[in-house]
Design a protein around this ligand. Structure first.
Ligand SMILES: NC(=O)c1ccc[n+]([C@@H]2O[C@H](COP(=O)([O-])OP(=O)(O)OC[C@H]3O[C@@H](n4cnc5c(N)ncnc54)[C@H](O)[C@@H]3O)[C@@H](O)[C@H]2O)c1
Length: 255
């Protein structure tokens, strides 16, 4: 069965990692996907791959921290595919390796901007389109194990990913009775560009991350994308306001 047949899904942070894996998987599952990120050459290549495999995809360049970019991306998606049924708000930014007092203002502001303002911008522009359609919708925001527990030397990221879960619950409460579901993924360590960058800054964290999951490994991006597909699909019709762990059991060890 094609889990997302007939649906249009917008995916942010789709130029690499989890977002790119989700774009490929969602298209395989029957969705028309619009992919948003700043690196448009990578998006164009992704769209070519999806199209060559028989899928439907549209590249919409833009920065999630800019409300106008997000508004344009939502409008172009709805124009191209006749609406918006689901969204995977996945763009994120992380740094690690500094204690709270060592984080500079610019890093703090950027971490909050991409992870928190970015998700808010997306929700604020996507949900009205879903409400107007009369068909409702489903939104998935990417949080992290750092959104439910502290990980060392990343206070700004921990605060930002906690905020993503708070905003997810608040949006679920605001729109639940009008057919829009909003959930978050509590993502564990996953082998992506972001992870590579974090491990360049703090190589000692690789063993810590591997040990944190009861499965004693990191995820492949598609393992996270599969959970996002389920939450975007009608198969999760009674799930909203949830923070769903996809973390190899890492949060099972947090309490
Ligand atoms: N990799 C991990 O271990 C891990 C763990 C927990 C949570 N996450 C979260 O997963 C999400 C995806 O990250 P990833 O691991 O695939 O890393 P990644 O670096 O491969 O992907 C991040 C994506 O976000 C995009 N992006 C960043 N800033 C943007 C902006 N301002 N506007 C538009 N796009 C922007 C990047 O271009 C990229 O496409 C992030 O929200 C991240 O915080 C990752």
């Amino acid at each position: 069965m094609s889990m997302l047949a007939g649906k249009t899904v917008m995916i942010t942070g789709a130029s690499s990692g989890i977002g790119a894996a989700a774009a490929r998987l969602f298209a395989e599952q029957g969705a028309a996907v619009s992919v948003m990120a700043r690196r448009t050459a990578l998006l164009d290549r992704l769209v070519d791959d999806i199209t060559a495999a028989g899928g439907r995809a549209l590249a919409v360049g833009g920065d999630v921290t800019r409300g106008q970019d997000v508004a344009d991306a939502v409008a172009r998606t709805a124009d191209a595919f006749g609406g918006l049924d689901a969204a995977f708000n996945n763009a994120g930014y992380a740094t690690a390796g500094q204690a709270l007092h060592e984080i500079d203002e610019e890093t703090y502001a950027r971490t909050m901007d991409v992870n928190v303002r970015g998700v808010w911008n997306c929700l604020a522009h996507q949900i009205p389109v879903m409400l107007r359609s009369g068909r409702g919708g489903a939104v998935v925001n990417t949080s992290s194990v750092a959104g439910v527990a502290a990980t060392g030397a990343s206070a700004a990221y921990v605060a930002a990913k906690h905020a993503v879960i708070g905003m997810t619950k608040a949006a679920a409460a605001d729109y639940g009775s009008r057919g829009v579901r909003v959930n978050a993924l509590v993502v564990g360590s996953t082998r992506t560009e972001m992870m590579e960058q974090v491990l360049v800054e703090a190589p000692q964290l690789e063993q810590v991350f591997m040990a944190a999951a009861v499965q004693k490994r990191m995820a492949d991006p598609v393992e996270v994308a599969r959970a996002a597909a389920w939450l975007c699909s009608d198969l999760s019709s009674f799930v909203t306001g949830a923070a769903v762990p996809v973390d190899g059991g890492a949060t099972a060890l947090c309490d």
